[in-house]
Design a binder for this molecule. Structure first.
Ligand SMILES: [Zn+2]
Ligand SMILES: [Zn+2]
Length: 144
């Protein structure tokens, strides 16, 4: 289990009215706000995402790390050398994945519905047979 730490970087006000850029964990102990447009978005069917999210797939949105402000403490699990998966230690909700320069936010962590659509799918060999392919690029492995 990763060391608990607060990854809030500061610099953005958290008191602006809701505009679709806010999200958080199920219990509310962890909150985040994004600034500007996302880099890319997708759906991953890989086995680690299945397990980590306890869900048949992971829908995610990627932002530059310096465009996401967090409040509240996250705990991390290093699922690969360059990639940590972070969750709220109070309620266990998965919130994001972290690389050195990007944050992969779970689409379901956002407060607003319909804010994002996936732009590609990854690891489609693990896709559940009852999940229809989206009309987006289909990758057998990771997004290039
Ligand atoms: Zn929580
Ligand atoms: Zn995955």
């Amino acid at each position: 289990m990763g060391e608990q730490r607060d990854i809030a970087s500061g610099g953005y006000a958290m008191d602006a009215p809701p505009d679709g850029n806010d999200g958080g964990c199920a219990c509310g102990a962890v909150r985040f706000r994004v600034q500007g447009e996302h880099v890319r978005s997708g759906v991953c069917h890989c086995m680690t995402c299945r397990k980590a999210h306890a869900s048949p797939f992971n829908a995610f949105v990627i932002y530059p790390r310096d465009r996401v402000l967090f409040t509240g403490a996250l705990r991390e699990w290093q699922s690969s050398p360059e990639y940590a998966r972070a969750f709220c230690p109070a309620c266990g909700s998965r919130v994001c994945g972290l690389t050195e320069d990007e944050v992969e936010l779970s689409m379901g962590s956002f407060d607003a519905v319909g804010r994002f659509v996936p732009q590609y799918e990854s690891w489609i060999g693990r896709r559940e047979p009852w999940v229809a392919p989206l009309d987006v690029p289909q990758n057998t492995g990771n997004h290039d």
